[in-house]
Design a protein around this ligand. Structure first.
Ligand code: SF4
Length: 259
């Protein structure tokens, strides 16, 4: 069997990765889904949104998120009212996750109580419930770090692009981590992380990058673009390849044309 890492990197050369980035972000600028947690400047709210979004659709989370953030502006406030938090979260189901979120709230309140936000040196994966994916989303947003957030949906896109079969464990494979890491590295190469000091749109940089360029090279925006592509076009079944900005790069789409 061909080495999967070699397969991915051979099919997606640097030139092709740059082209995918350009096509993806052009599409995303007109297709992005609007959710309140994508604009928030409150890191606690962003983290809670990411935890709510595990195994739950964004549209379902939106109402619960709004209610939660209206009631609790920080972890300290939420930690004082566990029953109120439970009652807001219960409509999402998954009681085990809700209880885990209460542990998260207690931990964050205790550890970051007197601080506005974590610093780049903090290991966010020590926070209960924050795994690799959530850590990457948070770090790309909070610190502008070039981290690819790979959940099963984003892994499916990469598999289809390189023509590899998808399975739920593939996102932990080295070839996929290498490939997505390389993509993010190239995609953000022109960004100016020093200009981003926290959540929210990046300020104008001294280098004079245009707003569109800053958005296109912002790692958080790139992570969102993959999420939206997976939700709107590259769905688990019957992907909408004819509408997809990546179809000319995609092995799956090519194989469908031939069959
Ligand atoms: S062309 Fe089709 S399979 Fe390929 S990334 Fe786009 S939607 Fe997914």
């Amino acid at each position: 069997m061909a080495d999967r890492r070699k397969t991915g990197l051979r099919l997606l050369s640097e030139k092709k990765l740059r082209s995918i980035h350009r096509d993806l972000m052009k599409w995303f600028s007109g297709a992005r889904r609007q959710y309140p947690w994508r604009q928030t400047h409150n890191w606690f709210h962003l983290m809670m949104a990411e935890l709510m979004l595990r195994r739950t659709r964004s549209d379902q989370v939106a109402q619960v998120y709004s209610r939660f953030t209206r009631n609790y502006r920080n972890a300290a406030r939420a930690s004082e009212d566990p029953d109120g938090v439970r009652s807001i979260l219960q409509s999402l189901g998954l009681n085990w996750r809700n209880e885990q979120m209460l542990d998260t709230i207690q931990y964050v309140s205790h550890r970051f109580g007197n601080r506005h936000a974590p610093s780049a040196g903090d290991d966010l994966t020590e926070i209960p419930g924050v795994g690799d994916y959530c850590n990457s989303m948070l770090r790309s947003r909070l610190f502008g770090e070039s981290r690819a957030a790979i959940d099963s949906n984003v892994a499916r896109i990469y598999c289809r692009l390189v023509g590899e079969p998808y399975d739920p464990e593939v996102r932990r494979k080295k070839w996929l981590k290498d490939l997505s890491g390389r993509f993010m590295e190239l995609a953000t190469a022109q960004s100016n992380p020093a200009a981003r000091k926290g959540p929210g749109p990046a300020p104008a940089s001294p280098e004079g990058l245009s707003h569109a360029m800053e958005q296109a090279t912002d790692p958080f925006e790139i992570n969102l673009a993959f999420l939206d592509l997976a939700a709107l076009l590259c769905r688990p079944s019957q992907p909408r390849c004819l509408e997809c900005p990546l179809r000319k790069h995609c092995e799956f789409a090519k194989s469908m044309q031939k069959s």
